[in-house]
Write a protein that binds this ligand. Structure first.
Ligand SMILES: Cc1cc2nc3c(=O)[nH]c(=O)nc-3n(C[C@H](O)[C@H](O)[C@H](O)COP(=O)(O)OP(=O)(O)OC[C@H]3O[C@@H](n4cnc5c(N)ncnc54)[C@H](O)[C@@H]3O)c2cc1C
Length: 384
């Protein structure tokens, strides 16, 4: 006999909705209610993947994340399971040539509409315009809104996401009031504002191998597009590295990483200055030559492989796609997503600040952590 428990989820975003659906796949008669501060659900999902919603990635392991906290979730909710989950709720998916998974329609609103349909079909209640601003621990959790509404639940899942690309701060005090602590929260998947002048190069896109270094020590590297902007650098490779930014770090671009060194030397050894213009966009060629005092071959080759930009800071949270850092990981059990401090409290999704790279990794962790939390709650309620 399954008791009449009530499960509350704060946040109708990626992780909260997925968690609710996983719960209802197994706990048909248990009430699941989602509290959402916005006037509609899943607003952020509409912005993802330039409106196409990069749901997941076929190449999935913890090296694509800032924190290895993700390990268990990734092993227990694989990319294949992810595709099956979307199929179960009526969304067909596909992959691009780099293994990124999208809805077949390439439209984020297909995902949001699919979620709406599935939530209704599975009888998940959701209250919009319900900004949770206080939680009281009694026999059950009392969940208060800023409009003096109150709901009580037996299990409480925090799925509030982050302030990345949002106007408002995230209400971390709900968790700190319960005794949780947060590491520094940094913007992730964002641009670098550089002290090296990039204005003349603004608008140029190149493919490069990019190293993030500090005191000549490698912090992290990435291969991909670099976009020069008025005040610094962006593009996928830079965004990936921004998750690992440390004060006083800098980047070096290898802008001929995919060329045979000998062939490159041979090519440049005749008429060096002209040939640099035959290799790179004009403004980059000019910049490379400006940086080489002697204009000799060895120095030019060095610049090409170590094209350095000093970083002032990363762009702010409003320009970022995610945050990195967040809740202290040792306060959450990675095998269940349950708080080690308060029984029946769970934390999922971006609140955990695990810092996935571009390519569907952050949404995948949102689904996966929602899945892991749901399995534990199901297990408890079914008393297995
Ligand atoms: C522009 C952009 C593009 C992106 N593209 C991709 C992509 O293509 N692929 C990818 O993997 N990741 C992408 N991301 C990252 C991804 O969207 C997030 O990591 C993911 O949505 C996190 O899911 P979540 O459930 O933790 O948080 P969210 O999806 O942000 O959901 C949190 C929900 O909680 C609600 N909430 C917060 N506080 C309260 C409160 N106190 N009371 C009630 N409700 C509350 C919020 O309104 C929100 O609806 C992108 C992010 C941005 C900003």
């Amino acid at each position: 006999m399954i008791s009449k428990k009530r499960i509350g989820i704060i946040g109708a975003g990626a992780s909260g909705i997925a968690c609710a659906l996983f719960l209802k796949e197994n706990l048909v008669d248990t009430e699941v209610i989602i509290f959402e501060k916005n006037d509609r659900i899943a607003k952020k999902i509409l912005k993802t993947g330039n409106g196409k919603c990069n749901l997941s990635n076929i190449n999935l392991d913890s090296t694509y994340y800032y924190s290895d906290f993700v390990e268990y979730s990734l092993n227990h909710f694989t990319n294949k399971q992810c595709a099956q989950f979307f199929r179960r709720i009526g969304i067909w998916t596909k992959y691009d040539e780099e293994g990124r998974m999208y809805p077949y329609s390439e439209k984020a609103n297909t995902v949001v509409d699919g979620f709406l349909h599935a939530l209704n079909e599975k009888n998940v209640s959701y209250q919009t315009d319900y900004y949770v601003n206080h939680i009281k621990l009694a026999d059950r959790f009392l969940v208060y809104s800023d409009r003096y509404q109150v709901e009580n639940v037996d299990f409480l899942v925090f799925a509030m996401g982050s302030a990345a690309s949002e106007k408002e701060e995230c209400n971390y005090s709900l968790l700190t009031d319960m005794g949780h602590t947060f590491d520094t929260i940094n913007p992730g998947l964002t641009s670098f504002i550089t002290s090296t002048n990039t204005k003349p190069l603004a608008g140029i896109r190149i493919k490069a191998k990019v190293k993030l270094l500090k005191n000549n020590m490698l912090i992290q590297e990435a291969v991909g597009e670099v976009l020069f902007k008025d005040q610094g650098l962006s593009g996928i490779a830079i965004m990936d590295l921004s998750n690992y930014y440390e004060k006083d770090s800098y980047v070096e671009l290898d802008i001929a990483y995919d060329q045979e060194e000998e062939e490159l030397m041979e090519f440049l050894s005749h008429d060096l200055e002209n040939r640099v213009f035959g290799l790179f966009p004009k403004m980059i060629a000019m910049d490379i030559l400006k940086r080489t005092a002697t204009k000799n071959l060895a120095e030019v080759i060095y610049q090409i492989h170590h094209y350095r930009f000093n970083i002032l800071h990363v762009a702010g949270i409003q320009q970022a796609q995610i945050v990195v850092g967040g809740l202290k990981k040792d306060e959450i059990n990675p095998y269940t997503m349950e708080s080690n401090k308060i029984t029946n409290v769970y934390v999922i999704g971006e609140l955990l600040g695990v810092g996935g790279r571009c390519g569907g990794y952050n949404l995948h962790f949102a689904w996966a952590s929602g899945f892991v939390a749901a399995q534990d709650i199901i297990h408890k309620i079914k008393g297995e």
